[in-house]
Structures are given as structure tokens and as C-alpha cells.
Design a binder for this molecule. Structure first.
Ligand code: BDR
Ligand code: CA
Length: 316
């Protein structure tokens, strides 16, 4: 099968970084056209610097464009306690290169315009959906060239930043609403599945001690997660963002259902909640979203480790 053309929109972020490592291990599956950044886990300056470094470190070598510094309506939040002061759990990746001249939105539009006739791109957002919403509003014609949007965000049940809000959606609910209402095919890799997909503490500790560059880097980053407030005392850290690429590589390890998903943009208790309609008939609304409902966490770890080992070889 031909490789998928990918534009990743991210806020690295430990799990964004590991997601990139997973994708980089399979260049025959994923052809990166570009990487764009959005403020989320850290400020736009920090996540953009991280994306530049990671693109080169993981041997993706895709151009990087800086995107939105703030959500559509609100002030940004960051998650420095979870991802560290540099957004990468204190792990230092060597500096590399400059960003593209264009802003992320124009950059994506130009990449899409350059696609050969009949070809489409898969968008992989692993941060707040600000850039993607702006793209769809400013250049609505790009929608025709988007194969699907495989995103990390939301949940059918329960949040991680509020009772019902998952971080990426809660950070910019208005943007998320634009994306979910766009009618484009979406795969929602939400917490119901992604929180079961991660690395065990003993595995992270073992990786951190290994000689391979990918193993030691992923191990050290995940150790930071495990020693921080999100996973302190827990046997496993979730690597939420990696489920986007893992789903494309191994859909069989996930359970999923097609649903109508809408985003609560009210100022109430459920602001930022992805309201997933689990009824058989959704008041006649077409269901454009495949929602991941469950995952095999053992298989996820096995396949992620396989990818990290491949990267150890590629990075020798
Ligand atoms: C999401 O929030 C961020 O902290 C992670 O990078 C991931 O994209 C999980 O809720
Ligand atoms: Ca992220």
C-alpha cells in the first residue's frame, strides 16, 4: 500500500515526541509533508523549538511551521507540571534549523495546494485544534484535499483536566467545535482508548538505561511523566498522542464506533467536553467521527517498543 501523506499539528510535549518517534520508525507508511505547532503543553516558542529539534532528531526532516500562540477565544493554559519546563521532561534534544517563513495555517494551505492531482493528506493533530479550525475557516477549499483527520483529544466518558474535559479539547473548545462540525472524516483517539495505551514503569526504567538513542530518550521522557503529578505512584504512563499513528498502523488493537460528536462550548461545568452520541439514531445527523472506545494496552506497548528498537537502528 502507498504511504500516507501526513501533516502533524502538535505541541511537543512528551507524548507528541513519542508519537513522532513511532511514526518515524515507519517511513514506508508515513510520508511527512510538514509539522505545524500550536500552543498547548508549553508556549508556542517552546513547542516550536521542540518540533524543530524532533523533526531532525527522529530523522523525519520535515519542515516545521509555527502556529497559533493562543486559542481562538481564551488565554492559553500550559501543562508544564506534566511535561516539564522545556516541554520535553527536561530531556535535551540538540538544536536544529529554522522554521518555515509562513504561519502554520498558510503553510498547510500551500502544502495542500502542491499535492499532485487526486492526492490527499491526512492531518494528525495531537494538540489543541486552533490551527486546524483556522485553516478550515480561512481556506475552506482545503477540506477537499483532506483524506481524514486522525486526532488525539476528547473522551466519551471523563476528562483529565476537568471532570469531563480532555486537555486538547478543553484548551480550545471553539476550535474543536469547528473541526468536529466540519463534516470531514475524523478519527477521535480519546481518553477511553488512549489512557490504556502507554509504557509500564519497569519498561521505561529499562529503556532509560539502554544504549540506543531512541530507547534512552523515550525512557528518560517517560520516567519524567512517571515521577510527576500526572502518573506519580502509577504503574504505567499513558502516551496519549501515539495512539494516532498506532491506530493507522494497527487498527486491530482498538475498538471503535461511529458516532456524532459535538463539543460543549458553554461556560458551564462541561466546557470542553466531547459529547458523543451513543444512541443508534442521532436525530438524523450524519456521524462523521470514528471514536476509539477501547484498546489493547499490552499490544500497544509491544508495538511501540518494536518502533523504538527500529529507531535505535536508524539513529546509529
Ligand atoms: C493530551 O494533552 C497533552 O498534555 C498531551 O500531549 C496530549 O496531547 C492528553 O490529554
Ligand atoms: Ca499533545
Amino acid at each position: 500500500m502507498a504511504s500516507r501523506k501526513i501533516i502533524m499539528d502538535c505541541d511537543p510535549g512528551i507524548d507528541d515526541a513519542v508519537a513522532m518517534c513511532l511514526a518515524a520508525a515507519y517511513p514506508e507508511e508515513f510520508e511527512f509533508l510538514g509539522i505545524t505547532t500550536v500552543a498547548g503543553n508549553q508556549t508556542i516558542e517552546k513547542v516550536t523549538e521542540n518540533a524543530l529539534r524532533l523533526s531532525s532528531f527522529w530523522k523525519i526532516h520535515a519542515p516545521v511551521a509555527k502556529g497559533a500562540a493562543v486559542p481562538v477565544l481564551r488565554e492559553p493554559l500550559t501543562a508544564a507540571d506534566v511535561h516539564g519546563g522545556n516541554g520535553m521532561g527536561g530531556v535535551e534534544i540538540p538544536p536544529s534549523g529554522e522554521t518555515a517563513a509562513e504561519n502554520a495555517v498558510l503553510f498547510i494551505k500551500e502544502l495542500v495546494d502542491k499535492l499532485p492531482e487526486g492526492e490527499k493528506v491526512t492531518l494528525v493533530p495531537t494538540g489543541p485544534l486552533t490551527n486546524i479550525a483556522l485553516l478550515l475557516r480561512v481556506f475552506p477549499e482545503t477540506a477537499e484535499r483532506i483524506e481524514e483527520i486522525v486526532l488525539m483529544g476528547g473522551a466519551i466518558c471523563g476528562g483529565n483536566i476537568t471532570e469531563t474535559g480532555e486537555f486538547n479539547i478543553y484548551e480550545d473548545p471553539e476550535a474543536a467545535a469547528i473541526v468536529f462540525d466540519s463534516g470531514l472524516p475524523i478519527v477521535m483517539c480519546g481518553l477511553d482508548a488512549t489512557s490504556k495505551c502507554g509504557l509500564k514503569r519497569e519498561t521505561a526504567n529499562r529503556l532509560a538505561e539502554e544504549k540506543g538513542l531512541a530507547s534512552s530518550t523515550v525512557g528518560a521522557m517517560v520516567q519524567f511523566y512517571l515521577n510527576g503529578p500526572a502518573y506519580g505512584g502509577q504503574p504505567r504512563a499513558s502516551i496519549h498522542d501515539a495512539s494516532t499513528f498506532m491506530y493507522m498502523l494497527h487498527p486491530e488493537i482498538y475498538k471503535s464506533r461511529r458516532m456524532v460528536v459535538r463539543v460543549d462550548c458553554s461556560e458551564g461545568l462541561n466546557r470542553g467536553m466531547t459529547v458523543c452520541d451513543t444512541r443508534r439514531k442521532s436525530n438524523g445527523r450524519p456521524s462523521n467521527t470514528i471514536v476509539l472506545t477501547d484498546a489493547d494496552g499490552e499490544k500497544f506497548q509491544e508495538y511501540l517498543l518494536e518502533a523504538v528498537r527500529r529507531m535505535d537502528e536508524r539513529m546509529r
